[in-house]
Design a binder for this molecule. Structure first.
Ligand code: NAP
Length: 362
């Protein structure tokens, strides 16, 4: 679909948890070629391997896949010094305060697909989840027109909202959803490396609070599941009540969700809606799309993060424990698992970029 030569891309935050996943996802990509690895001034001037080594030489490489050799000796540059004219697209994977100024400098010149929250809540900025609301991407035209930008910013959601909206979207479309109550059990990798979660705090423990997370999940879910009306997104009128916790799991966020549907539906109808979800999007044939967006399991002992998170290369959301919920009107209960650093970060952002390219927006 993409014309050759491959588009030149930069990764901001290349040394971090999400950034490392970008390296793995982009190592052999048919459309994109990584031409710049960028991080903070602390890492700049070192080779990539040196930049991720601690003082004792231990490599702080967090992916299951090995570090792609082609990147190991590449120099890391200061993200603040990246020349936007030297790249065709930027993937941003830095914490939101730093992301704000970096993305603000680059987006006037070049498309930026971001894992950070810096721009998520602005009216002219879509939060895009492939298969769920990719049509919201059209909002970048307004961004470019009103801001006078050649590029744009398209963020993906908070990694907990990602699994939630994938599971809710088919229910919203088929039955309507009025209310959602959820508790998340979020993986340690979701907290990143700087500073991340200390082993002594998380081993043998559950931490019942993640700063800002519950508000993000609530707001982003309403926006993503909302409708694009001309040049604006009308958020879905949906009551969302989230309790977000951190657990001693390495990768993969689990959500225990109760949803009050807009009308009565049997569990079989709900399971069918989930199973059929996203076929039109998958038919686009994008390189990073999995074979199925949602996998529904009838096994009551699944989904489990260690066993199920890598389904579809970490791009498939696994839903199980489908039951009726007698507390909410037309209620159903389900357990949702999605890979926070793959679908919820790098590969999810990459799939968004592929969609933008295929649609001629980037
Ligand atoms: N981890 C996840 O599961 C996940 C999922 C979805 C979204 N996100 C989002 O992705 C972003 C990155 O998260 P992460 O978990 O990868 O964090 P992380 O492991 O702490 O990595 C942070 C990265 O940002 C770089 N950085 C920090 N300050 C910078 C600055 N002033 N200028 C340029 N680069 C700077 C760091 O470079 P140095 O190595 O040089 O310090 C590092 O590469 C965050 O916005 C996060 O909310 C993360």
């Amino acid at each position: 679909m993409s014309e050759s030569p491959r588009r030149r891309v930069a990764i901001l935050g290349a040394t971090g948890v999400a950034g490392q996943q970008f390296l793995v996802s982009l190592a052999d990509h048919p459309w994109f070629e990584v031409t710049a690895l960028a991080a903070s001034a602390r890492s700049a001037g070192r080779s990539y391997r040196e930049a991720i080594a601690d003082a004792h030489g231990h490599l702080r490489w967090g992916c299951q896949e090995p570090l792609p050799e082609r990147f190991a000796a590449r120099p890391v540059i200061d993200a603040a010094a990246l020349d936007p004219d030297a790249v065709d697209l930027v993937f941003s994977a830095v914490e939101s305060d730093a992301a704000r100024s970096l993305e603000e400098r680059l987006a006037p010149h070049v498309p930026v697909v971001s894992t950070s929250s810096a721009f998520r809540y602005e009216d002219d900025v879509p939060i895009v989840v492939p298969g769920v609301n990719h049509e919201h991407a059209a909002l970048v035209k307004r961004q470019q027109r009103e801001r006078g930008w050649k590029g744009f910013v398209v963020p993906i959601p908070n990694c907990t909202a990602t699994g939630l909206v994938v599971a809710l979207a088919p229910l919203v479309r088929s039955f309507g959803v009025k209310a959602v109550v959820l508790t998340s059990l979020q993986a340690v990798s979701g907290a990143g490396r700087s500073p991340g979660v200390a082993a002594l705090d998380i081993l043998d423990n559950v931490i019942p609070y993640i700063p800002k997370e519950e508000d993000k999940v609530q707001r982003e879910t309403q926006k993503i599941l909302g409708r694009l009306e001309g040049d604006r997104i009308a958020p879905l009128e949906l009551a969302v009540s989230a309790t977000c916790t951190r657990v001693g799991v390495r990768d993969g966020h689990t959500l225990a969700v109760s949803a009050g549907l807009g009308r009565e539906a049997s569990l079989e109808q709900v399971a069918n809606a989930l199973r059929c979800f996203g076929r039109e999007f998958l038919d686009l044939g994008l390189p990073s799309a999995p074979a199925e967006l949602i996998h529904v399991t009838d096994d009551p002992y699944h989904p489990q993060p260690r066993v199920d998170r890598d389904r579809g290369g970490g791009m498939t959301t696994v839903v199980g424990r489908l039951r009726s919920d007698g507390v909410l009107d037309h209620g159903v209960k389900l357990v949702v698992l999605s890979h926070n650093t793959k679908l919820g970060a790098a590969r999810g952002a990459l799939l968004v970029a592929e969609y933008l390219v295929q649609r001629g927006l980037a």
